[in-house]
Design a protein around this ligand. Structure first.
Ligand code: HPA
Length: 277
């Protein structure tokens, strides 16, 4: 289904950072909050965190902000929220994610991250629902992302833009998260293009090359966040064991159900972590 309004990011001559700067101006104007300190993208299962992080100052449909795409999933209205924590930090909560599998290109995928940076955010917290490769993990378990393998074949960086990813998921932020919940385990996130789930052979490949988590988001966003100079923290909710690790077939309904069940617990963990950053 084509967008009815041309997205400025689809113009190849547009500068994506200039579009992000315009989006940040929209957010400042529509929320009345001139700058944000932290941004949090809420993936499957993490949705309840927005109201736990602090007091909502304003909620906007993402479609009112320059460059944001229409939601891919029917019935899922993407929103941006400005939340004020009890300590007075301003958190931009992004409930509108564009996935690479939608086919609109990496620019659109990372627009929310670049916009977050343009609002002033210096920390980007990325969350998702994903499949677990470790046998010992169980659906409903949150894990910290320690590093990533980008298997999409794409990059949000354009031209000869060499960005160091040695400390992509900042040790400093992971230490803060583990201080809140010492039982948090860590793993390497592998982003596949999707939207099909992986085959068991692809999951075995991901395992052989050092992956522990398989998903369809986050890796491209994390790269863009580092390019913009933000520190990155990543969480996956294990909604299912990856294909072939669990013997039963995967279904989107199962993923959503695991998310719903874990939501209260993991959302409160996320809110506690954000308040400690
Ligand atoms: N693979 C990829 N993406 C996912 C999965 C999975 O097993 N579960 C939830 N999102």
């Amino acid at each position: 289904m084509p967008d009815t309004v041309l997205n400025p990011l689809d113009d190849p001559s547009a500068d994506p950072f200039e579009v992000a700067a315009r989006a940040a101006e929209d957010i400042a104007r529509l929320t009345g909050v001139p700058r944000h300190d932290i941004a949090v993208t809420l993936g499957s299962g993490w949705g309840r965190a927005a109201e736990l992080i602090g007091e909502t100052v304003a909620t906007l449909p993402a479609t009112e902000v320059t460059g944001f795409s229409k939601p891919a999933l029917e019935g899922h209205v993407g929103t941006l929220r400005s939340v004020r924590t009890p300590k007075g930090a301003h958190v931009l909560v992004v409930g509108a994610r564009t996935h690479f599998y939608e086919g609109h290109g990496a620019r659109r995928v990372v627009h929310s991250v670049r916009t977050a940076a343009a609002t002033g955010a210096s920390i980007m917290v990325l969350t998702n629902g994903a499949g677990g490769i470790r046998h010992t993990w169980t659906p409903g378990q949150p894990v910290l992302i320690s590093d990533q393998i980008n298997l999409t074949g794409a990059s949000p960086l354009e031209g000869a833009t060499f960005v160091d990813l040695t400390d992509l998921y900042a040790v400093r932020l992971r230490d803060i998260a583990r201080a809140i919940d010492p039982s948090l385990q860590e793993g390497v996130y592998c982003q596949f293009r999707g939207p099909q789930y992986e085959t068991p052979a692809e999951v075995q490949m991901a395992k052989a090359i050092g992956g522990h988590i398989v998903g369809m988001s986050t890796a491209l966003e994390a790269i863009a966040a580092r390019q913009s100079g933000m520190e990155v923290l990543g969480f996956s909710l294990i909604t299912n064991l990856a294909a072939g690790i669990q013997t039963t077939p995967l279904s989107h309904a199962e993923v959503l159900e695991a998310g719903r069940e874990a939501e209260p617990r993991i959302s409160s963990l996320l809110a506690d972590v954000v308040n400690a950053l």
